[in-house]
Design a protein. Sequence first.
Length: 200
Amino acid sequence: MPEEENNITCDCKISNRVISKNGVDLFTRQDGNLNDFLISAYEHFRLNYPKFYKMDNLCRLGLLAAEILLRDSFKKENYRPEEVGIVLANSHSSLDTDLKYYETTRGFASPSLFVYTLPNIVMGEICIRHKFKGENALFIQRKFNPEFIQEYVRDLLNNNILQACICGWVDLFAERHEAILYLIEKGSADLSREQKLNPK
């Protein structure tokens, strides 16, 4: 039996304080620091998820990218919660928050920072927000390897482990940040988009 076609139905990129979807720039802010940019973007897109303010910046970056990726592009009602998964990679793990947490251990260690000292927390936040319960994985890599991610996701979809998957790259350290997310759906009717993950 031939494999069913899997297609990239949309993508979102956040880099150098510019947010784009499907190649179209939607928001930018160059003044202030990264935290200012993320909060401004959250308010600009009216995400209405107050927990966003309590998250570390890696989670904010990933959640923001996922929100924009899915908005007006994903029909959640077409899937059961366990049919939607997340596969991500990054190079700095949770180091940005790890260092901030370590500084607090000189006095009173911060429980609110400690919960973000695992890199896969960003996936947990996205899953909680959207009630996704499917397969998820996070890989630490020196640089974004789209071929590896695409092959991993293809296996999940072709073996009916998932029917849809958010995948890509979410990396942050200090002011450096980059999120490149794709929505891949099994048997999507959208055949016009390029069928390879392309970080450019």
